[in-house]
Write a new protein. Structure first.
Length: 182
């Protein structure tokens, strides 16, 4: 953390509103990139992001000299998990098992040609339960036991949702005309 960031955080801890705005603007891109992974799109990501920064400003006095980005990352992930739990009864759940079986071949070229933005777009198309487990496990490195506790599901459900997320992502990749294997 550089001295500018330390200064902003110290002023936030003293309750300075201008510093809170600076902190928000300084870490917006970083936090937004995390929120986008766990959301259906930009609007939902902004909601998660705003909830996250509200928690940051409430808890900033408790922050110590740990990595601020790591601390912020954890808050954004927790806010996304809270958002999921709060809204999961209203979310549309796709049943991927009811569709036709698709044979997927492995082609390294496909994975080499996809950009981060394209992958993020595909991840956002996953049903929320699959997307959250995929991001927590694959991108953020949580264990299934931790995911189960965060999302209030069983470990078996976490593992199943990860498998289904991976399968669904592969299917979407293979159906894409830009990445279809000839």
């Amino acid at each position: 953390m550089n001295s500018k960031e330390k200064d902003i955080i110290l002023r936030c801890q003293k309750g300075k509103k201008k510093a809170e705005k600076e902190l928000y603007e300084h870490f917006f891109g970083y936090a937004m990139s995390i929120a986008l992974r766990y959301s259906n799109g930009y609007d939902e990501a902004i909601e998660i992001l705003n909830d996250s920064f509200m928690k940051v400003f409430k808890k900033i006095k408790d922050y110590n000299d740990l990595s601020f980005k790591g601390w912020l990352r954890r808050i954004v992930i927790n806010a996304a998990s809270d958002h999921y739990r709060k809204n999961k009864k209203h979310m549309y759940h796709q049943d991927l098992d009811s569709g036709e079986a698709v044979t997927i071949t492995h082609d390294e070229d496909v994975y080499d040609r996809i950009s981060y933005e394209e992958l993020l777009e595909l991840i956002q198309k996953l049903p929320p339960s699959y997307r959250n487990v995929f991001c927590l496990y694959v991108i953020d490195g949580y264990k299934h036991e931790e995911i189960a506790e965060m999302l209030n599901v069983s470990v078996g459900t976490s593992k199943s949702n990860l498998h289904r997320a991976r399968t669904h992502l592969k299917e979407m990749l293979m159906k894409s005309k830009d990445y279809a294997v000839a």
